[in-house]
Design a protein around this ligand. Structure first.
Ligand code: CA
Length: 226
């Protein structure tokens, strides 16, 4: 796993590089915003740790420009203590998480690990849209299109599809889908999952009788491979 560290304080760079290297990560660092942006757009990183206060472009500008250029690498921002505004702005501009300075090294490492675990291939999924076959899912507008025609999904079907996309290639049990997509507010049975998946297949599969995106994994559950 390759991590880019954009930070201008040499002490933090040194400590973090040592610690992350000892955890098995390959670390590259940049001491200002422009260099960070250049590295992040030209090399493949699995995650970026981005300080807000930087010479040149600040962390917010770097994050915004990255997202504008279509770079979807997860970003953990380092913000000053108590600056709630920083966190809100950072998340709005496309950061995935933030850690407040001064931080415990163990906390940052835990956040990095959590982020990398959650999105093993997150560089491929944009926060705005996801395309598979001729289906395009617009997350912000909560709309789905086949080519340019809208596909009408219920709120539950949409949530189910989003969950599949977030966890593509993973086998998901009916119980997990029930817990994550339906939650505990109702008491549906696992049969409910099967029914909704059948409906979803009717709407997004080219041939619902022979699904190519939402596959049945016999005895286990379902797997999305779009
Ligand atoms: Ca700084």
């Amino acid at each position: 796993m390759n991590i880019l560290l954009v930070e201008d304080e040499p002490g933090i760079v040194l400590t973090l590089t040592d610690r992350l290297s000892s955890e098995g990560y390959a670390v590259q660092s940049a001491a200002d915003g422009d260099r960070g942006l250049e590295l992040a757009t030209t090399s493949g990183f699995d995650l970026i740790v981005l300080d807000v206060g930087l010479p040149g472009k600040n962390g917010f500008e770097v994050c915004r420009e990255l997202r504008e250029r279509g770079v979807q690498t997860p970003v953990i921002m380092l913000t000053a203590r108590g600056q709630v505004v920083d966190k809100v702005v950072g998340l709005k501009l496309g950061a995935d998480d933030y850690v407040t300075k001064p931080f415990e090294m163990a906390e940052l490492v835990a956040r990095i690990e959590a982020r990398l675990r959650r999105s093993p291939a997150s560089g491929l999924v944009s926060r705005e849209a996801y395309q598979f076959g001729d289906i395009r899912v617009d997350f912000r507008r909560a709309e789905v299109f086949r080519e340019s025609a809208p596909v009408e999904l219920s709120a539950r079907e949409f949530k189910l599809l989003c969950y599949f996309i977030e966890h593509r290639q993973a086998t998901l049990s009916r119980d997990e889908l029930l817990n994550e997509v339906w939650g505990y507010e109702s008491m549906p049975s696992t049969r409910t999952v099967d029914v909704h998946i059948a409906w979803l297949r009717q709407k997004i599969e080219p041939n619902p009788k022979h699904p190519q995106y939402i596959l049945t994994v016999h005895g286990l559950g379902y797997k999305f491979v779009g």
